[in-house]
Design a protein. Structure first.
Length: 270
């Protein structure tokens, strides 16, 4: 999915049971985002959505880093990108936003496994994930204002909706780094684990998700996001509509039957 100068791939994909693991793979640049990486990441999200055998996605980074943001040198053309990759960005000016989960919300739950730096564009991608697990040495932050830039990956909109407004504005306006413990305290991540174990915990969490009825899981995720910003009455009406559709599925009947028969359910996405 697009080569690095050292011959490795910008993004690696691995199936672990029903989980697709996407690994940002430019460790020499702390997994900074390049055009080939963004194109490959976009393809990874599409693959997860299209394959019903995939029930969850784990996003992580290689070499002890999650993502250090945009690689300005690579994006300026100092690192070679295949002409076909450049053509994709010319054909779809929003491709990089879709890859960063600004303009695209995957159907399947996305779990972030963060080690090391997760800053600038890394923190912006993080906001598009659903469950977040960080190693104790991970760092977070939106550094754009320190460089006279603007965090266009959605942070001025999403961050105040995901963590308390005062913490969101402090992160956005100071551009300072945050430790994993701070990120956990303000609600940016859900769990802090020993360094080197974030991926392991993320895969364990994915297994819990994967054991559930996929139509129910996807409907719950979709409803949570669709209800954001709606007045309560409209949001509750939306929940009723989506929830009733799930209750009418064969999988809902199977869940109840399996409980009664004291056996694991067998869900068929029906």
């Amino acid at each position: 999915m697009g080569g690095n100068p050292d011959g490795t791939e910008h993004l690696t994909l691995e199936r672990v049971g029903a989980t697709l693991v996407l690994t940002l793979n430019r460790p020499h640049a702390r997994n900074a985002l390049s055009l080939p990486m963004l194109a490959a990441l976009h393809d990874g999200w599409l693959l997860a959505d299209a394959d019903d055998g995939i029930r969850s996605v784990v996003l992580t980074g290689a070499g002890g880093a999650f993502c250090s943001g945009m690689d300005l040198k690579a994006l300026a053309g100092r690192e070679a990108a295949d002409e076909s990759v450049r053509e994709r960005f010319r054909a779809d000016p929003d491709l990089h936003w879709k890859a960063m989960l600004r303009h695209h919300r995957p159907r399947k739950p996305v779990i972030a496994a963060v080690e090391g730096p997760c800053v600038a564009g890394g923190t912006e991608i993080l906001q598009g994930t659903d469950i977040r697990i960080a190693g104790s040495g991970a760092t977070f932050g939106l550094y754009e204002v320190r460089r006279g830039l603007f965090p266009l990956g959605g942070s001025t909109v999403r961050l105040p909706r995901q963590i308390p407004r005062t913490h969101a504005l402090e992160m956005l306006l100071t551009g300072r780094p945050y430790t994993a413990a701070e990120a956990r305290r303000i609600g940016l991540v859900g769990h802090v684990v020993p360094d080197g174990t974030a991926l392991e915990r993320a895969l364990e969490t994915a297994e819990l998700v994967n054991a559930n009825a996929p139509l129910a899981v996807e409907a719950v995720k979709a409803c949570v996001h669709a209800a954001e910003g709606l007045p309560e009455a409209e949001a509750l009406a939306l929940e009723l509509e989506r929830g009733r559709a799930v209750l009418d599925t064969a999988d809902a009947k199977e869940g109840a039957l399996a409980f009664a028969e004291k056996r694991p359910p067998v869900y068929r996405r029906a």
